[in-house]
Ligand binder design. Sequence first.
Ligand code: CA
Length: 512
Amino acid sequence: MTRLSSYVMLTLAILLVSAACITMARSSGADGGNASFDRRTRISMMANLHTTEIPSDRIEKEIEEKTGIQLDIQWVPDGSYDEKVFAALATGTLPQVLYLKNAASLSYFRDEIRSGLFWEIGPYLDGYPNLKRLKPEVLRNTAIDGKLYSLYQERALARSGIIYRKDWADRLGLPAPETLDDLYEMLKGFTYDDPDNNGIDDTIGLTDRNDLIYGAFKTISSYYGTPNHWGWHNDSLQPEFVFPQYMETMKFFKKLHSEGLVNEDFPITSKTDQQELFITGKAGVYIGAMGDVLSLQSRLLANDPEAVLDVQNRVRGPEGYGIWASQGYGTVILFPKSAIATEEELKNVLSFYDSLMSPELANLMYWGIEGTHYTVQDGKAVAVDAFELREKDVKPYQALMAGSFSTIPGMLEPVNTNEVKAKAERLIYDNESFLINDPTAPLESPLYNEIGVRLNERMRDATYQFMLGMIDEKGFEAEIDRWLEEGGSQIIEEYQTSYRSTVGPYLHEEYR
Ligand SMILES: [Ca+2]
């Protein structure tokens, strides 16, 4: 059974207990399969609706006017999106353009894509001035067997960094942490040197939570130069936890824990509780998504109007700078062969997407109509203060975009009135100059798909046990041996095979 069919079974099971499956197709000429459908001037698509209301067609009409293409958009609510896609697949009624629900959906579709249901578009991209700006490292992550079948919706590649109490650091004469030693000294000072100056021993350095990826661990591991999920060692792909840098990261956390510089129960702390320690002035360093600084700041200021926050991303480790990269896409856009019959039609659709990636149309889709949905101030966009209007007219169309700010020069940046949030945005962009990519993102291991999550849970537990001092290095190595025996060796072998068979235009040596 393919992954998709097992997923369909699961989805059908969910459907049986689901009371209603509502779709919101606005039938503005829903003649997708009709002979009168002019494939040169009409494009049909199925798109994910993240808002509760049926969108207005104001932006749609503008796009049609500027591109000369009539759109048939079938909006499907996010909650029933996958079911609707599977139904269309099963009944052979896919539109010309299919947006998947999210990045994870792509893995369910791998077998269907391999079987030839969708156009391979990689060879065409260079012919389009805007489409060819899509990033190779992100395209690579969406490729299947080294071939590219989709355009992507952009997401920032690396959001992580350090958010810290600038007022505390200034009081103790500590600089912004530029090395792991600086960071350690800051955590120590924030714990033992009364950074809030109340004469009471009531603060700690780091607040962390029960998450090795989105908590502090993975970001610190990047500073140590640990590979992102998997890495190369002696011409072999290996999981991150066999690398010495991973061990160094665990030792760093073990030290923080044994010296009381982090909340003692961080392996079981929720995100809410982690943030609570920060916004109540009990902890001075938060490591994770730097964009969180805006909400952390507003909640902290409510408790302590004198508090000052700052953000930092460039922390130099033994191997220089590094930060783990996400896959860089929110979802992908596929082109079903059942609805696009010829290469000429495919080129017509790609040409439409090339137009959508022009600054004029990208701003229209992202911001709306100037004067109605936004204004321009010093070359930046300010959204009008009319949330419901923007939700109804504009927000649904953002989900139709290919690319975004980093791939469309001339797209209007938002005016950011909050200084530290604006800095966080700049540092998120700066992170892109020293990314650590996951080399297995475009690869496949059938056994990993089957048992990888369970196998890795044991390594996650072993990681916490090491940091809490419950097992030592030998104990951790024993866990690695067990991991190898219970399937890890085969997973390594399968990734090797997958790598050898997919080296292609989107899998250059340079990504190693
Ligand atoms: Ca104190």
